[in-house]
Design a protein around this ligand. Structure first.
Ligand SMILES: [Fe+2]
Ligand SMILES: [Fe+2]
Length: 399
């Protein structure tokens, strides 16, 4: 975004369409979540005090930090510097088979160095500059900014867990290629966490803690064993992240989310590619205990949908259209990777649709029945094309 895009003349380009929902029910859902939140956290605190396994994550979501604080100097000296010094095989080992430079990088190779330093500074300036904050304030009302932050902070906390889970998986996957893939995911999740964090701070509204549904969901995934982490994180969480980035990347000032969407698309494709080389065993696929554990793992995500209904409505999105679009993609990936075992993916979508319609009939005035699982909430041509590529040959409607 250049200075012209940030000008006052460009302010409030979007008139966000609100979705009529039942605010009393939305408030009741939040009240339930508050009680559940106190219960789950106290339970974990008591277990920890007794020396038993409580919360696994070394993560302080109430302060949106890992335990130990920000330590930005360490981040600058190691994370930022590592990226600045990142080298490509094609450039530094021209004798090798690597073809890993982009056309722009090849062009830069013939130009003066230091370009990446300048670019890095430009990106950081864009994210933290007063102009960017002013643009967000001029474009969105305070309630809209809070809604965007509430939604994106769900992914922000999710990125923390994606970082934790991929770092553990790195030591559990087989093969050099598998470890190389996970190593890049760890790096990208780290980048997602710190960049998204700065983006959210630019909105100048409070950043909420994790809600109880997300807490339960991500803790279960983090505590799950081996390839089940692939199902929890790369199939479930990454598909939700992909869907939310795809939903919001076309909103004014949020174009950086296109890059997140691109990374998450690769992460959702990883289990399919990995399990082609190292398939799940018969028992891993069809064990009733494993199948029940996977279904149990995803239950909090349904509570999460109800919790985010009000904020999505504020930016003009019906949570059940988002949920239908997202669950259709999730169902496809879960089926393709074999994690659904003996469960027929074709039976799940009508069930989801019945559930969503029943909820809307009970809580919304003048509700008209519809097939939420046919909805497509990803916007942006590039994002849709990318998703078409991931779901290619799988009969998934992405346009
Ligand atoms: Fe991520
Ligand atoms: Fe990811």
């Amino acid at each position: 975004m250049n200075a012209a895009h940030l000008s006052a003349a460009n302010a409030r380009p979007a008139q966000l369409r609100k979705v009529a929902i039942n605010h009393k029910v939305a408030k009741a859902n939040h009240d339930i979540e508050r009680l559940l939140n106190v219960a789950v956290r106290n339970k974990d605190r008591i277990l920890q005090a007794m020396g038993l396994p409580g919360r696994k994550a070394n993560y302080d979501d109430e302060h949106y930090e890992f335990v130990g604080g920000a330590m930005d100097d360490l981040r600058k000296k190691h994370y930022d510097k590592s990226l600045r010094l990142l080298w490509k095989g094609e450039q530094h080992a021209q004798w090798s088979s690597f073809r890993d430079c982009t056309a722009e990088e090849k062009m830069l190779m013939s130009m003066a160095d230091k370009a990446s330093d300048d670019e890095d500074r430009k990106i950081r300036k864009k994210l933290s500059s007063k102009e960017y904050r002013d643009f967000l304030k001029a474009t969105y009302s305070e309630r809209e900014r809070q809604a965007i932050v509430n939604i994106l902070s769900i992914i922000g906390h999710g990125e923390a867990y994606a970082w934790l889970v991929s770092a553990e998986l790195l030591n559990e996957v087989h093969s050099t290629g598998g470890r190389a893939a996970l190593t890049m995911q760890v790096m990208e999740e780290a980048k997602h966490f710190v960049v998204l964090r700065e983006l959210l701070y630019a909105f100048d509204v409070p950043i909420p803690r994790m809600n109880a549904y997300e807490y339960l969901w991500l803790e279960w995934i983090f505590k799950s064993k081996g390839t089940e982490k692939f199902f929890g994180m790369n199939v479930q969480v990454e598909t939700i992240a992909l869907s939310l980035f795809g939903l919001m990347s076309t909103m004014p000032g949020l174009d950086v989310l296109k890059l997140f969407h691109r990374d998450e698309a690769r992460h959702t494709a990883l289990p399919g590619n990995y399990l082609k080389e190292f398939p799940l065993t018969w028992w891993e696929k069809y064990s009733p205990v494993r199948q029940a554990a996977r279904l149990r793992m995803i239950l909090p995500a349904l509570g999460l949908l109800l919790y985010v209904e009000e904020d999505l409505a504020e930016i003009g999105v019906d949570v059940f259209e988002f949920g239908g679009s997202m669950l259709r993609k999730l169902n496809t990936l879960a089926g393709r990777t074999g994690f659904l075992g003996s469960i027929n993916p074709d039976l799940l979508m009508p069930f989801v649709n019945t559930l969503f319609n029943a909820y809307c009939r009970a809580t919304r005035e003048d509700f008209t029945e519809r097939d939420f699982t046919l909805a497509e909430t990803t916007g942006g041509e590039e994002e849709l094309a990318l998703e078409r590529e991931i779901f290619r040959d799988l009969g998934v409607a992405t346009a």
